[in-house]
Design a protein around this ligand. Sequence first.
Ligand SMILES: Nc1ncnc2c1ncn2[C@@H]1O[C@H](COP(=O)(O)OP(=O)(O)O)[C@@H](O)[C@H]1O
Ligand SMILES: [Mg+2]
Length: 410
Amino acid sequence: MKWTQEQELAIYEDGKDILVAAAAGSGKTAVLVERIIQKMLREEEPYNIDEMLVVTFTNAAAQEMRTRVGAAIEKALQSNPNSLHLKKQLSLLQRANISTLHSFCMDVVRKYSYQLDLDPSFRILDDTEAELLRNDIIQEVFEEWYGKEGEEQEAFFRFVDSFSNDRDDAKVETLVLKMYEFAMQNPWPYEWLEQVQQTYNLNEDATLDDLPWMPIVREDIKENLQAMLFDVNQALDLAQDVGGPEHYVPTILEDKEQIEQVMEYVGAPWDDLRGVAKRNEKFGALSRKKVECDETLKEAVKDIRNRYKERVKKLNERWFNRQSSSLMTDLHQLKPLIDQLVVLVKQFHKQFQQAKKNQAMVDFSDLEHYCLEILLDDKATPEHLTGSAVAKQFQHQFKEVLIDEYQDTN
Ligand SMILES: Nc1ncnc2c1ncn2[C@@H]1O[C@H](COP(=O)(O)OP(=O)(O)O)[C@@H](O)[C@H]1O
Ligand SMILES: [Mg+2]
């Protein structure tokens, strides 16, 4: 098998973290297996298989990885039948750290549970249990807040009223739980929550363009415009095809020009972009001339055109129909609501943790957080915790950390 240049790079690159992203079936696992093999085969300080940590997201993927590494060692042995090093690898393979991320975390947490004030006989909450317990706790939290008085009560009621349209709290509870889940996906959930609060902490004179998430909004708008241009070009091709509705071409060309104009302003100050978008939100009418043409092509062109017209409508509803000053007013009013949300999320987190600890239970998210807590040194702070800092901490224990995502087996 001949590796591509990019695959070679991913196999031999050394001394830094690398991320390989490629389509399913394009050879990611093959590259990862080869990377492992080459680490064991190299002349200088060859690795032993148990000095590497290889993690996947599913058990099936871990099993496949182990089998493929085994096969690769056997194959390497055929060309180097006398290599003691390779023979040793084959015998080490059974205790190599090739597992799912969570089973790795579980091993670490069990072994060092004494550092965490956690009952070492803990067991994993299954999904149903976790959901029941979460529901109990969120009810508890809300009941407590309903019983509050004075300013706290006021803030809480304003929050509940703003996010639910009837007497039912389900929506607000879901919001708290969702925010909790987002937070827990970060290594430092509380810091992440505080960052969210910060983004709503706006100066009186801040404009939309000052907001940290505007680049993301613009990216979304740009992607929509690109999709429209793709559709416009397709409509043009069909209209100009043999038998196509050629009398539609002038209007479609105008559509195209209008979309391109908006595209030109996608990076401009918000009010300019909005102005151009509003000026171009209406498209001309298709010619009603009776012209002989292929009905299928004609209908196809109309369908495509309706598709991008619909997209324009949605884009305007979502972003351009309101003045930016009115959007800003909303944001200022959101600030105290977000603060209340964060208070509830933190309280839910504390009570949920306590409930799990009392029953010696952990969920998957706990496994990740406990494992991090054990592996990170005491001096690590959120600022240190870039992806590569985590990798370096792991590398105290393992010479190489290899992670395979396997989205294709899920
Ligand atoms: N450069 C290459 N030349 C030929 N076959 C390749 C090459 N890279 C990968 N393959 C083969 O393609 C198939 C899919 O590879 P795999 O690693 O399972 O993909 P992925 O993990 O990205 O889904 C495997 O049979 C693999 O051996
Ligand atoms: Mg794969």
